[in-house]
Write a protein that binds this ligand. Structure first.
Ligand code: GRF
Length: 216
């Protein structure tokens, strides 16, 4: 089967993007990262992508002012021009219009640094600490119009330590992110993920082995 052509959308440092790029170098990996697209020309991850010989593009949201639809259309054109099959949001900090999300329905993934549906939005690690959560983690999910919602493909958990700070907890969760995003993209690109009643099944079943990473 031909490898799926993947675009990674970033706004910043791009460590998840780098993890996807590394994973995709493995010969049997079912996807190739052919494009890294940023809404910011100074996103650190763009250099990493270029250093890996991956084409980059910038669609600057500021040019479009409040016209989110025009910004999304511009991105869509770039994705079409590169014959993209799957889109991975990786620290992409723009809200997307329902129209754009609809065009990439079941073909666009996001990673969120919490165990959804807990802690949607920002500052997830501090909020998990404040809540006294004992288990925290990260989620890869299909993107739907509602932010940080959508069918969960894979989750990875870490145990919260009593001496954790936001920094130490974020660092442990990030390590998990770098494992589950490539694993989830592999599952999707291999066609092993199906949606039943808005929930993801792996290989047609709810057996969790392929879709969870449990605490160390
Ligand atoms: C990650 O924590 C990711 O979960 C969130 O934004 C952050 C991006 O980090 N969506 P990076 O740019 O991948 O290093």
């Amino acid at each position: 089967m031909a490898k799926k052509r993947v675009a990674v959308l970033i706004s910043g440092r791009g460590s998840n993007m780098a993890a996807l790029i590394e994973a995709a170098k493995a010969p049997g990996y079912p996807a190739e990262i052919v494009l890294v697209l940023s809404n910011k020309a100074d996103a650190g991850g763009l250099d990493t992508a270029r250093n890996n010989g991956i084409e980059t593009a910038v669609v600057d949201h500021k040019i479009y002012g409040k016209d989110r639809a025009a910004f999304d259309r511009a991105m869509h054109q770039v994705l079409l021009a590169h014959k993209i099959d799957l889109v991975c949001l990786a620290g992409f900090m723009r809200l997307l219009t329902p129209e754009f999300v609809g065009l990439w329905s079941e073909r666009m993934l996001n990673i969120h640094p919490a165990l959804l549906p807990a802690f949607k939005g920002l500052d997830t690690h501090q909020r998990a600490l404040d809540a006294g959560a004992k288990v925290h983690g990260a989620t890869v999910h299909f993107v739907v119009p509602e932010m940080d919602a959508g069918p969960i493909i894979m989750q990875g958990a870490v145990a919260v330590r009593s001496d954790d700070t936001e920094t130490t907890l974020a660092a442990r969760v990030l390590k998990v992110e770098h494992r589950i995003y490539p694993a989830a993209l592999r599952l999707v690109a291999d066609g092993r993920v199906t949606l039943v009643d808005d929930r993801c099944l792996i290989d047609g079943s709810a057996v969790p082995d392929a879709s969870t990473l449990t605490p160390e």
